[in-house]
Ligand binder design. Structure first.
Ligand code: ZN
Length: 334
């Protein structure tokens, strides 16, 4: 088909679409009278957002906690101009005036144990987030079924689901495990005193809010060791000093939950040299990000991201100086 034919066809499609839209409006106005019932209300809700897949014998359930909208793009990436950030968002068909950050946690059913990897925002991030518990329950789980909770790092969007605003513990029966390196950083009084203002102070105060009441009951896990049956903790520092990924293995199958080695893929998988303003040490985070993305691309590994679009798992392939996240095909978990 030549170019003028294409243009003509495109015009025709636009004309037909407009005509049907006009007809549709007229028909919609008549429909209630004809059918004898009121128009269906607009819902404003999605179906419960959980998604299951298998890794060998293990069943994994991704639970969405919606997304947060970071209100400005200026300064969101420490080493890129706002216009370049807006262009990258546009290339991914995302809004260009805000950064929409999705949250997806994983529930791993391993050797008869129910293990949560991070817990979302709890009741701290309405209105487009805060749906975690409803989605968790819709997936057939209740808080008292949880045996163990493993925390990747101590930012609020990963830990606030442990404790509601009013102080209530959400999973009183579960064993809670935090990384030894991460705990040493955030529970250190000198470090907390140094963070006298801004985002770091907020993070120190929030870690204390969530964990201080249960400090003596917390377990600490070490890197390069199993943290739960079939789940190995792997150090991925930079985003925070003790930031951790989780390698999940069963039989010949494996999966890597890379946590926050990137914030949203449209910016930081695509542009791995860019540094999000939340990184504690941008240079260390950048080195970690390159190492991990390079490895999972070479190995064609199935990976999960905390901040990718739901269900937040797929494969990484190289694209020029960066990478693309290719969403995994939809499966039945059999
Ligand atoms: Zn995060």
């Amino acid at each position: 088909m030549n170019r003028s034919n294409l243009t003509r066809n495109k015009r025709k499609i636009i004309m037909i679409t407009r005509r049907s839209a006009l007809l549709g409006t007229a028909a919609a106005a008549l429909a209630p009278a004809l059918a004898g019932h009121a128009a269906a209300p607009v819902s404003g809700h999605q179906a419960p957002a959980f998604y299951r897949f298998k890794v060998g014998d293990m069943e994994i359930t991704a639970i969405s906690d919606g997304y947060g909208a970071f209100p400005r793009i200026d300064g969101f990436v420490k080493n890129a101009d706002a216009k370049d950030v807006a262009a990258a968002l546009g290339e991914a068909y995302l809004p260009t005036g805000v950064v929409r950050i999705p949250f997806t946690t994983l529930v791993v059913n391993t050797a008869g144990k129910l293990v949560l990897l991070d817990v979302g925002n709890g009741d701290m991030a309405a209105p487009t987030s805060g749906t975690w518990m409803a989605n968790f329950r819709a997936a057939g789980f209740t808080p008292d079924m949880v045996d163990m909770i493993v925390i990747s790092h101590m930012h609020g969007d990963h830990i606030n689901g442990l404790r509601l605003k009013d102080g209530t513990a959400v999973f009183p029966k579960a064993e809670i495990k935090v990384g030894a390196v991460e705990a040493a950083f955030w529970f250190n009084a000198d470090n907390a005193a140094k963070a006298s203002a801004g985002m770091m102070k907020t993070n120190f105060d929030n870690a204390a809010r969530v964990f201080a009441p249960i400090a003596k009951d917390l377990s600490h896990y070490a890197w390069d060791k199993e943290v739960a049956p079939g789940i190995t903790a792997i150090g991925a520092p930079g985003h925070t000093p003790g930031h951790t990924m989780f390698a999940i293995a069963s039989g010949k199958d494996n999966f890597l939950a890379v946590s926050d080695i990137t914030n949203i893929p449209a910016l930081f998988v695509r542009h791995p040299d860019w540094a999000v303003l939340f990184d504690t040490d941008a240079d260390v985070a950048r080195a970690t990000r390159h190492k991990v993305l390079d490895m999972v691309a070479a190995e064609k590994m199935h990976v999960g991201f905390y901040h990718a679009d739901f269900p937040a798992n797929g494969y990484i392939e190289r694209n020029g100086s960066g990478y693309n996240l290719i969403p995994a095909p939809w499966v039945m978990p059999v």
